[in-house]
Design a protein around this ligand. Sequence first.
Ligand SMILES: [Mn+2]
Ligand SMILES: [Zn+2]
Length: 251
Amino acid sequence: MSRRPLRLLHTSDVHLGSHGYHGAATHHRHCVCPLLAIDALAREHNVDAVLVMGDLFDHARVDETLVTRAFGVLDRFPGVTVLMVGNHDVHDDTSLYRRFGHVVSASDSVFFEELHGSTSELLEGQLVLWGKAMDEHSARYRPLHGVPAHPGDDVWYVVLGHGLHIGDDSVDGAGRSSLITAADIAGTAADYVALGHHHVLTDVSAGGVTAFYSGAPTGYPGGQALVVDLDPEHGVRTTAVPVLVSEACCC
Ligand SMILES: [Mn+2]
Ligand SMILES: [Zn+2]
């Protein structure tokens, strides 16, 4: 069996429940406008999967109305939807994903909730994903430690993470929370590493492993996301795309 081309849409740091985009006056507290913009992009680019790499929600005090609305949009994304937590929506004992567990479990989204990491095989086994949920944004949490070996030449292997990239652990990384180093990225031996936390699109590829922060959909100067083509002939190619969040609120 050989690999077939796959196309992913990589986004992160949506921060639903914040008033950080377009000002509090124009967007309601139950606004899911940035997710609707991601949905439009996913359709336009005909993607096989959408990766939401942490901080979907801005804080743990979000209410059920917002969480239900958000998962409603995730569920209508084309292809499969993959969800990681971040430091704003950590998966601790009081996690919003536990409090609204009935919403999460009713969703089709693939939610990476295992604190020691877990693997998911999607798209008829063509796409293998690994990610480790964050319960505490601290130096103890290393998003890319414990990554299993590449599952084989006949599948695409994508590793997920949310944390702070610093090139060299030994220089200024010591003691930093949720640290991701160049050696961590190279050590995954993955086809692609999809990261969240930094709100600006950034190439952090290392050791022949393609790795990116996608940028946030409501980033500055404008929102960005990343189309990732996994192609058996051409390898991994990334294309930055603008995210156009509506000026008028969805609610
Ligand atoms: Mn973050
Ligand atoms: Zn809105």
